[in-house]
Each structure stands twice: as C-alpha cells, then as structure tokens.
Design a protein around this ligand. Sequence first.
Ligand code: CA
Length: 378
Amino acid sequence: MRVTHDSAQWKQSLSQLAGLVIVGSLLGGCTTAGAQWPWVFAPSATNPPANNQNVQAPVIRPPVVTVNAPRDLGGDYANYPELREFIGKMNHQHGFDIAFLEQTFSGVQRDQAALTKASAPTEGQAWQVYRPIFLTETRINGGVDFWNRHAVLLDSATRQYGVDTAYLVAIIGVETQYGKNTGKHNVLQALTSLGFDFPRRASFYQKELEQFLLLSREEKVRPQIFSGSYAGAMGLGQFISSSYRSYAIDGNRDGKRDLWDPQDAIPSVANYFAKNGWKRGAGVAVPAYISGNGYASIAETTAKKPSRTLSDLAASEVRPQAPINSAKVSLIKLDGTTDEYWVGGENFYAITRYNPSVKYAMAVHQLAQEIRKRKFGF
Ligand SMILES: [Ca+2]
C-alpha cells in the first residue's frame, strides 16, 4: 500500500479529478433532493464510475484488487478493510454503485466526539442522578407548550394509534427538548466512526449504517446532509435509521418522511409505540410496596417483557401503590443511592422498545405525568 507522488502523474490526475468534480457537481451536487440519485444507481458512460478508473492519485490503494472490491477510497477511512468489505456488501446485496460509495466514504471524517460519547452513556448513572436531567421545570413547561402548539396533531395521533398524548410529548421532550436539540453530528460520519472505530458495538452500527444508506436512497436525499445524535438518531423523536425506515410516517402526505417536521414526527412516534406493543388505555407504572424477601429475586433492572400477573407479584409480597391496568406486569428496580421499586405494565415495556434502559422509560413516564399535571392541574 502506498501513495503515488509522481508530479507529472499528479498534475494529470488533478486535471482528471477536476473533471470529475464538475461531473459530480452537475449530477450530484445540487441542493434539491431527487436529482442526485439516478446517477448513483444507473450510471451511464459519462458518470463517475467509468471516469474514476483513470484516476491514479492521490489515493491509497488496497494491495489486492478483486472484481467487486472498492479501489478508490480516501480520507480517514481509506485503510479500513472492514469498510471495503462493507462497500462490497452494499454493492452486492443492495445494488449501490461502488464508485458512489467510495466517493461518499472518502469524504467522511472520523467523529471523535461520537466515539467519546458512545463510551459513556448516561443510562449508567444512578437513578437519583439520571432523573433530574429530564425532570426539569424547563422540560415540564416546554411539554405543556409543545402540547398546546401541536394539539391538533397530537389528538389526531392519539386517536389513530391509541397512544396517550402525554407520552408522545414526553418522548419528544426527553429526546430533543421538543425539537430544540435534534443533534449536530453528521449522521454519515457518526455511523461510520462507530461502525469501524468502536469495536464493542461495531456490528450494531454497521447495520445502522447499512439502514442509513438504504434510507437515504428511499427518501431521495444525499447521505451527507443528515444531522443527528452522536449515535445517528434523527429528528424530533430521534429515530435511528432502522426505526426511521420501519416506523416513520408521512403525516402531511407531501411524499417525504421528514422527522424534523412535527407533522410527520408526531404520528411517527405514535406509530413506533403502537407497533411496539402500546395498549390503548392501559397503565404504565406505579410505585410498589415491598415487604419480606420475595421481591429481590423477581426485580428487573433491565427491560424484559412482563410475564407476571398482579397476583404473582402479591405472592412475592409486592403490591402496587395505586391501581394499574395491565394484564402482565413486572417489578422494576431503579438502581441508585436508594433503590426504587415500581410495578411496570406492558406499556412501560413498550417505552423500553424505544430505549432499552428502565431508567429511560421511567424518566419518560414521570415526565409525562408531570406535563399532564401542569397542563390540567391533576
Ligand atoms: Ca411529510
């Protein structure tokens, strides 16, 4: 593997590269969605794949070039064999053009901030530290304001999908402070960094990167323009790419699923809950009375599908402190300086399908309750 520095060749290549940039600008650089994509999937004789074969510098080449292997990959990820395999897979399985992907990934810069954040998730904190992050006056009042501003959309989503409005508002509040902070990471760069520089979850993030490229193609938007969280979550409800593809709704029927627009984001969050087991009118969670020793062996600190009845809990000397309407329940333990115990229903579990932390689900539940109290006074 080496970089070619021959000056005559370099000039020739620069001139060829300039030609490429012009072709790329004409075909792919415009800002309106839609025009960029045909050249990616149906390259013609004048398109980058053909021209690219003549570019010899300044690229780093793999030592062995097989028929479908990427050849012209530059930038921070030029020397990542796993990325080359990934590009080959996107070509083989999904028909993406190799030269397009090489060009796309050659522009990717390593997102060091994403790698740092991914190593220290907030869910690792004690409940007494975690809770105040989300249960703030600003977030409660912001929830009432969001509810008032989008009452028609929220009512409509609740009617159609059966999801309690307070929870739709709370999720958007926890995720993005009602759209104020939808994330400033470039999603393509964040997912590439996590997919190839974060071994602990490389497999997960590579799958999300695959989903992200498919999403970009389906939505006819260049992959470079998406912004999101360090983990590649997008829009008001912070959907990762696989969720975006599966659950996003075109609420205003303009032909685009734009999760930065409340008209699409609100029904999309409701649809996510509905598809993940939310039961219309059912309860979420109530504090538990515990006594004896039986509770310890049934308490859950991670999200598990509820499998017990209230009678089962009673046999372990666990009782809800208020009625909870749910056929199946779990005893939830929130780790902290003092552990808290709650009876969680099937809808509590549905919230954990959004984020698998029980602390996250409890923050959403408590924020929903506080927003409702602030809005209606009870
Ligand atoms: Ca739309």
